[in-house]
Design a protein around this ligand. Structure first.
Ligand SMILES: Cc1ncc(COP(=O)(O)O)c(C=O)c1O
Length: 378
């Protein structure tokens, strides 16, 4: 089966894991610190904080920024549920904002403006599929409205422009991302003070880490805030350090494969819409396409699966998930619904080649030619 995404792990990751195990120190220590510094260098920024997941990263950012009960945070519904969940974790309310259009499935600035209230404190931008939101426009909006700007950059590790928009950005190293530590995440924060607050909140609010206490004369510590256990560990950092060496090359392969997809789809099945443009700044995490309304998506998914090609959907809109629909039943996001109903994510990972892209597009063409019936619109 050709998978939509695939972790690339080999002898170097194995060796790094063995070395971490043999070091005798497996919880957060020097490898995690080295990972933070290497990730920061790759993003051309001063420092970063490594955590257990991107979800933990979002939680820590909102918490450290003091967002809480009574506050509202603008979020897209076209995202993974973790973006909205993190807002609920701190007791605030996520306010879902529609996308611009099927060709530009990022949060609409106009809609964001319309949904601002006196309670709105922050906006979380999601760089959907690795395609970056418009930095200047969102910075101007946040400044005008007095909002904190946060990036959910789960899809954009290795792209230095991600992490430069606002107060802080959260990255994911989950197994299907552009690089992986199995589970894992990182935070880039603009100010040192915010970064240090996040660092402390990551580990129970303690004033020193186990490793620091081992290295110092004083075994004592204090707790000066409510904290969490959102730490990364040495095994993940060891794998991550190997992956970081290859991330830029992998992102470049993703870029070339995306371009190839775009060109072939334009030639061979022009009724399929490929969002964004060739030139759009992107880490090319996903290869999303939008099917014409006449094509039955599930039938096409089955057709592709029959040819050994996995496809997925990004995303079932968060406001449509039972939990959120029960919480906020009157949420209407017609452009998000229309996109999500017709979206299909094609395989894209660095072990693919141009030939495999051609194979996928060939299978799409044959599926489209079969004039698969459209399902009734839900
Ligand atoms: C947009 C987005 N935000 C947040 C997350 C959560 O990442 P993690 O699994 O590292 O917690 C994901 C993961 O898929 C994601 O796609």
């Amino acid at each position: 089966m050709l998978l939509v995404s695939k972790p690339i792990l080999g002898a170097d990751e194995k060796a790094a894991l063995v070395a971490a195990i043999e070091s005798g120190w497996i919880t957060m220590g020097e490898r995690v610190r080295e990972f933070e510094q290497t990730f920061a260098r790759l993003h051309e920024t001063e420092d970063s904080v490594a955590v257990s997941s991107c979800t933990a990263a979002l939680h820590l950012i909102l918490y450290a920024l003091g967002i809480g009960p009574g506050d509202e945070v603008l979020v897209p519904s076209l995202t993974f549920v973790a973006t909205a969940n993190s807002v609920l974790y701190v007791g605030a309310r996520p306010v879902f904002v529609d996308i611009e259009s099927p060709a530009l499935p990022l949060m609409s600035l106009e809609e964001a403006e319309a949904k601002c209230t006196a309670r709105t404190k922050a906006v979380i931008l999601v760089h959907f599929g690795g395609y970056l939101a418009d930095r200047d426009a969102w910075q101007a909006f946040a400044a005008r409205k007095g909002l904190l700007l946060i990036e959910d950059a789960a899809h954009a590790p290795g792209l230095p422009a991600a992490g430069t928009f606002g107060e802080a950005a959260a990255f994911s190293f989950y197994g299907n991302k552009n690089m992986t530590t199995a589970e894992g995440g990182a935070i880039i924060a603009r100010s040192r003070a915010l970064r240090e607050k996040i660092r402390q909140a990551r580990s129970h609010g303690m004033t020193s880490s186990t490793r620091q206490r081992l290295a110092s004369r004083s075994p004592d510590y204090d707790v000066t805030m409510l904290g969490f256990n959102h730490r990364m560990d040495e095994l993940r950092a060891a794998v991550g350090l190997v992956q970081l060496k290859r991330l830029k090359d992998w992102n470049d392969i993703r870029r070339r494969l995306s371009l190839h997809y775009r060109q072939l789809i334009a030639q061979r099945c022009p009724s399929i819409l490929v969002p964004f443009t060739n030139e759009w700044l992107s880490a090319h995490h996903l290869m999303p396409v939008v099917l014409p309304a006449t094509i039955g998506r599930q039938t096409l998914i089955d057709h592709l699966r029959g040819q050994g090609i996995q496809t997925t959907i990004h995303y079932p809109p968060v406001h449509r998930l039972t939990f959120y629909n029960d919480l906020y039943p009157n949420c209407h996001l017609p452009r998000t619904d229309a996109f999500a109903y017709r979206e299909l994510t094609l395989p894209l990972h660095p072990e693919m080649t141009a030939d495999i892209v051609e194979l996928v597009v060939g299978a799409l063409v044959s599926g489209m030619d079969a004039e698969l019936p459209a399902e009734a619109i839900a």
